[in-house]
Design a protein around this ligand. Structure first.
Ligand SMILES: Cc1cc2nc3c(=O)[nH]c(=O)nc-3n(C[C@H](O)[C@H](O)[C@H](O)COP(=O)(O)O)c2cc1C
Length: 173
């Protein structure tokens, strides 16, 4: 079972990347593949650019990485109540390969932030939009107050409610 995990953030020390990696490691018999969206940085999407040069090759590469996986684990960072520009740009490009970006794969959606809300707003937006992009959402779980609930030394979540929700979501695979 190939588990593709990434944080929807371009920060080098992304807490969402850490959370996605942690969750992916909990998949039973999973082979975890970690993706860094910095490896998919492209010019800002525009219809004019697409008309001039076609869909960027990195968009195809990202789309194919999803296609090769059995399960996707993505954790959304929240900037001003929505996606980071880095993820939104990648997603816009990928949606031009095919709007069904998630290709009917099981997708575990997560989010976290240093605040109590745990980036719930962007998670809700991603979950609501999921059917348009052929994401089979098996769970949408937010971890509040990341630095209080993540043991950085051992790279584990210590929030029992989150861990229970994670176990429940992964049992659907
Ligand atoms: C431009 C900007 C906007 C932000 N807006 C929000 C926000 O709306 N909600 C929130 O919970 N945190 C917000 N934050 C704080 C982020 O949650 C925090 O930087 C977090 O570490 C981002 O996740 P990452 O480490 O995975 O990149 C914002 C941070 C920046 C730089």
């Amino acid at each position: 079972m190939k588990v593709l995990a990434f944080g929807a953030s371009n920060s080098k020390n992304s807490i969402n990347q850490k959370l996605a990696h942690y969750a992916a490691r909990q998949v039973k018999d999973g082979e975890v593949l970690l993706l860094d969206i910095n490896d998919f940085e492209m010019p800002i999407y525009s219809e004019d650019r697409e008309k001039e040069s076609g869909v960027h090759e990195l968009a195809h590469k990202f789309y194919n990485e999803i296609g090769d996986a059995d399960v996707i684990v993505v954790s959304f960072a929240e900037y001003n109540g929505t996606y980071t520009s880095a993820y939104k740009n990648l997603f816009d490009w990928a949606s031009r390969v095919d709007m069904k970006v998630f290709q009917n794969k099981p997708v575990l959606m997560l989010s976290t932030s240093p605040g109590e809300n745990g980036a719930q707003t962007v998670l809700d937006a991603a979950k609501t939009a999921a059917p348009y992009f052929a994401a089979n959402v098996i769970g949408a779980i937010s971890l509040p107050s990341f630095y209080d609930n993540f043991d950085g030394e051992n790279s584990i979540v210590t929030h029992s409610e989150f861990n229970q929700s994670l176990t429940d979501a992964l049992s659907a695979i």
